[in-house]
Design a protein around this ligand. Structure first.
Ligand SMILES: *Cc1c(COP(=O)(O)O)cnc(C)c1O
Length: 367
């Protein structure tokens, strides 16, 4: 096998050609307007509204603050139902708003919130549901909405993984009351750090845009107890450049995905997420579940690491096993999530991952 110089990590950030970025930021040396909803910010907001088919959209300096401040904007109380099979951000955004998370288990098939287990968790105290479109797999949105409507609950999606995903032409941004997207460097589409929230009710713009700028409404009026969640012009410039290339990047990810599927489908003890009819995927992650395979997840991880290949154990451990939540929760409350978290590995997946490296990874896994 040919020797690779560089280690292979789970992801590699998409970047535009250097000259393109320089051209985009050059006007900032004339305007000296570096942040606070400048020209590039406005252009990116318009561009993303169009790309995501979002009627209302606000940019943020990162996805986490977009979620945290959106939850704040809805002025929720009591309990919020979510899943523990996600990144720390989802639960932290709930808790940092003074709300109590209640963990619902996930589906075997796509690791999203299991609507069949949802209703039993709803109490008098429940005010909202925060499901996660994990790995870019869309949740059972219709079932979740039906239950939410019946109980008068808000639905705020953690859509951090679903940039560009559509089902029957309908954007991932269109479900529930709001959807948070992350544009972190490791995501399908990045603004270095960054994020956005798309929301149904145009009137919410006042709260959301206020909260991300200290609640300042005008020079003499501070009306909300906000924070600082503003996206700056250098982030917006990266976003505008990357937006030009994102479809091409997703197209390249598709080839990597297809190669993995070709090599790993049908192998005993290996489970892969299956494509769903009508869904335009973004190939954000390549999760593989080892269940009865000749090696367990940790053994596969070690074999790859030995060859300088570093997949990630996303999402292990489950959030309800974190030390900061251990006094109130247990992973045993969500047995499917607990088991999948011990069996799953997300393999390297990015636009420029060479197909012969994908083959090398599969050769090592299959032994
Ligand atoms: C990345 C991510 C976030 C947070 O986004 P940042 O932009 O890094 O703040 C939230 N939820 C999930 C599921 C994520 O993967």
């Amino acid at each position: 096998m040919e020797k690779r110089g560089e280690p292979i990590r789970v992801t590699r950030s998409s970047m535009p050609p250097f000259e393109e970025y320089v051209d985009m930021i050059r006007p900032l040396w004339d305007s000296h307007w570096l942040t606070n909803m400048g020209d590039l910010h406005q252009r990116l907001e318009a561009g993303l509204k169009e790309y995501l088919h979002a009627e209302n959209l606000s940019l943020f300096t990162n996805g986490h603050l977009a979620l945290e401040m959106t939850i704040q904007a809805f002025q929720l109380k009591g309990q919020v139902i979510t899943t523990p099979f996600t990144f720390a951000s989802t639960t932290h955004a709930i808790v940092r708003n003074g709300l109590t998370p209640v963990f619902c288990d996930i589906r075997e098939e796509d690791y999203t919130l299991d609507p069949e287990k949802l209703e039993a968790l709803i109490t008098e105290e429940t005010s909202a549901i925060v499901p996660v479109h994990v790995y870019g797999n869309l949740c059972r949105t219709a079932e979740i909405q039906e239950i939410a409507d019946r109980h008068g609950l808000k639905v705020i999606y953690d859509a951090a993984h679903t940039f560009g995903v559509e089902v029957d032409g309908r954007s991932a941004a269109s479900f529930g009351d709001a959807s948070m997207f992350s544009f972190h460097a490791t995501k399908v589409y990045n603004t270095i750090e960054g994020g956005a929230v798309a929301y149904r009710d145009a009137a919410l713009a006042h709260e959301i845009n206020g909260l991300k700028n200290f609640g300042i409404l005008d020079e003499e009026t501070v009306a909300l107890v906000g924070g600082n969640g503003k996206m700056n012009e250098f982030q917006a410039a990266m976003g505008l450049c990357n937006l030009r290339h994102v479809d091409e990047e997703i197209g390249k990810r598709r080839l990597v995905y297809e190669r993995y599927m070709e090599r790993l489908s049908g192998v005993r003890g290996i489970r892969l997420c299956q494509p769903k009819p009508g869904v335009k995927m973004n190939y954000a992650y390549m999760p593989v579940v080892f269940d009865g395979f000749k090696w367990n997840r940790d053994e596969v991880f070690a074999r790859l690491a030995e060859a300088g290949i570093y997949p990630r154990k996303y999402f292990y451990p489950c959030v309800n096993a974190y030390p900061c939540y251990a006094d109130r929760y247990s992973p045993e409350d969500t047995p499917v999530a607990a088991r999948i978290s011990r069996q799953v590995l997300t393999l390297p997946m990015y636009a420029d991952l060479a197909l012969d490296v994908v083959d090398e990874i599969c050769d090592i896994i299959l032994g």
